[in-house]
Design a binder for this molecule. Structure first.
Ligand code: BEZ
Length: 212
């Protein structure tokens, strides 16, 4: 499979998971989706990552986003490991973890980077919109746990910019001022952005976040 690029349709698949067999697109339904791989069960960084996602699950749900993890370990291993995650991370893992022993899905999503590891996936993240298009990809090495606050921040940006002609500036957080996209002419700003705007430069026009 070629690299998956932004705007591509997320490949569909059937998966064995800790919550039974599922068809990815059907499981996503009308929700946003976060598919993320982790290198291996019973490893320290992965344990903290899965625990963090479990603790953040209400935040993903609030954003109408379903989360699903993947590793190339088996289903019995996943179930045993979940007990450790729940115990050590003070949580309850209540999202599915895919058991991709054949590596079929990992290969489909280009999660195997053989020059990094022959056996395990890298730490990939795919954010998928309700239209099943890929909105964000991230690739981290096994040695670096991901920042799930950043992932929530990006989902906030994706959902905002899907609905308004705005983009979010560097280090933006939900509730802060946003950039009016260059496609909006100055003479339409007053009606489209009634909260007002600051014309710092002709191409840099800031406005309060329109949905707050
Ligand atoms: C970890 O999750 O701790 C880990 C997994 C694979 C390689 C290195 C670290």
């Amino acid at each position: 499979m070629a690299t998956i690029r932004l705007g591509d349709t997320a490949p569909d698949f059937t998966a064995q998971t800790t919550q039974g067999t599922l068809q990815f697109h059907e499981w996503l339904g009308a929700s946003w989706g976060v598919l993320f791989s982790h290198p291996a069960d019973f490893t320290p960084v992965c344990t903290t990552e899965l625990g963090t996602v479990a603790n953040y699950h209400p935040e993903f749900t609030k954003r109408n986003a379903k989360v699903i993890a993947l590793s190339v370990d088996g289903i019995d291993s996943h179930h045993e490991w979940i007990k450790d995650i729940n115990e050590t991370q003070n949580t309850t893992v209540d999202f599915p973890i895919i058991a991709d022993e054949s590596k079929e899905i990992a290969l489909l999503y280009d999660m195997m980077h053989p020059n990094a590891s022959e056996k395990a996936t890298v730490r990939s993240v795919f954010v998928i919109g309700p239209d099943k298009k890929v909105k964000l990809t991230l690739t981290y090495p096994a040695s670096t746990g991901r920042n799930f606050d950043e992932l929530l921040r990006v989902i906030d940006s994706l959902q905002l910019t899907a609905n308004y002609a705005v983009a979010t500036p560097a280090n933006w957080k939900d509730g802060e001022n946003v950039v009016i996209t260059p496609a909006v002419p100055d003479d339409e700003i007053a009606t489209r952005f009634p909260k007002g705007y600051d014309r710092v430069k002709p191409y840099l026009r800031m406005t309060p976040q329109p949905n707050k």
